[in-house]
Design a protein. Structure first.
Length: 422
């Protein structure tokens, strides 16, 4: 019997990740994410009939990997596998998603509840059987706490799905680990930054500190819009390590996610530093508090990272008109988002007003760059690489790099094809 892989989302695009592994008429689903159109409406991954699904594995809790998953729980209840922090953060993300996008959603709160009832908690390096034929083992992905690469063994073949992966040390995370991994027939890998190279993290951290000191010294406030999961905590830890003597406020879902991280310390590289940040920084409590923190010099770390909503949008409105202040982007800014327009045009899209505050973007990415991705392929030594989760030109470039530099067969996934695993 042949083993086939079908890409349901994430082919020649970043996000909307979903992979179906097919064998003997049954399906193992790896992620089920969502993207958003220019009107901020959800674009769900394609789905397969839930009755055919033996189980779902979620690599991590970002919406572009989990946003479609509850749709499988309307009529069926297949087991869903992930690490403990992934489930705890995913619940927060689905709740927030429905709050903002419930009108357009394929599912409701009831389906999220049914999914959580089907949760199977996994640990790294511990093989787990799903259905009659699939065996999965999770490996640390280094992306965010609880994130995992998934090794699938089925029909005598081995498939490694990287999910989102990082190969460097950060304050929050250790790099991805593939030690002891057996031979891999097919490596399905992200290449979000497959054509670019990140600056050294130490240089980026020093640049952030320098900007903050400059702005606060002249009486300004620094707004750092950050993703709730991982990026906000990473910035908190960078500041906590330096003891700048500057007021730091933290607002939005970053607060709840920080508590999840601290309840799962084994998934964090330096839990003591995160504890220090939690104890020393001011976690904003409600609107009365929120209205005070931006009025004095200091730093505000707030979600959402692309300024599409949340308290960061409130702070932006208050701070953007004063050239003493600064807006420092540390998260990816998708095309069409308010953050992207500020970076490219210096304009706040809600009012078309110019942003007078200083604007900066710093590369705090939690994805591996082309060097890290190539090193990962070299360590795994797969027979073939299938590139996903990457814009079209970047995906083509990275697949060519793998072929030319490593001598490994590589191609870019297409959404309308099935790939036989030889």
């Amino acid at each position: 019997m042949s083993v086939e892989v079908e890409v349901l989302g994430g082919a020649r695009e970043v996000g909307r990740a979903s992979i179906a592994v097919r064998y003997r008429g049954r399906v193992l689903l790896l992620d089920a994410g969502v993207n958003f159109d220019e009107e901020d409406r959800p674009i769900f991954a394609r789905t397969v009939p839930p009755r055919d699904v033996d189980g779902i594995v979620l690599t991590h809790a970002h919406l572009d990997h989990i946003g479609t998953a509850p749709a499988y729980y309307i009529t069926y209840q297949p087991p869903v596998v992930a690490t403990k922090p992934t489930f705890e953060m995913a619940r927060l993300m689905w709740t927030d998603f429905l709050k903002l996008n419930g009108y357009y959603s394929m599912y409701e709160d009831a389906e999220v509840k049914r999914l959580m009832e089907a949760a199977v908690y996994a640990r790294y390096y511990s093989p787990m059987r799903i259905g009659e034929d699939f065996v999965v083992t999770l490996y640390p992905a280094g992306h965010i706490p609880g994130s995992a690469m998934v090794l699938v063994e089925v029909g005598g073949r081995r498939i490694l799905y990287t999910g989102d992966v990082n190969t460097i040390y950060t304050k929050l995370m250790e790099p991805a680990r593939v030690d002891g991994m057996p031979d891999v027939d097919l490596m399905i890998m992200e290449a979000t930054y497959g054509s670019s190279t990140h600056p050294p993290r130490r240089v980026v951290e020093e640049r952030l500190i320098g900007i903050i000191e400059e702005v606060v010294d002249r009486g300004g406030t620094v707004l750092i819009p950050a993703f709730s999961i991982s990026r906000g905590q990473e910035v908190m830890m960078v500041l906590a390590e330096r003891d700048l003597g500057i007021d730091v406020a933290v607002d939005g879902m970053i607060r709840q996610v920080t508590e999840v991280f601290l309840e799962n310390p084994s998934y964090i590289r330096n839990v003591d530093l995160l504890v220090k940040a939690r104890e020393e920084f001011h976690f904003v409590q409600g609107w009365q508090d929120r209205r005070k923190v931006w009025r004095k010099p200091g730093v505000i770390i707030a979600s959402a990272g692309m300024l599409k909503g949340g308290p960061s949008l409130y702070y932006l409105r208050k701070l953007m008109g004063n050239p003493k202040n600064a807006i420092v982007m540390v998260s990816f800014q998708a095309p069409g988002t308010p953050g992207r327009r500020i970076l490219e045009e210096g304009v706040f899209s809600e009012t078309e007003e110019p942003v007078k505050a200083r604007v900066e973007w710093l590369d705090f990415s939690s994805h591996a760059d082309k060097r890290g991705l190539l090193e990962l392929v070299a360590r795994v030594k797969p027979r073939k690489v299938l590139v996903v989760h990457s814009e079209s030109n970047t995906a083509d470039y990275f697949a060519k790099l793998v072929r030319e530099r490593l001598g490994v067969e590589a191609e870019v996934a297409e959404e309308d094809r099935r790939y036989r695993v030889e």
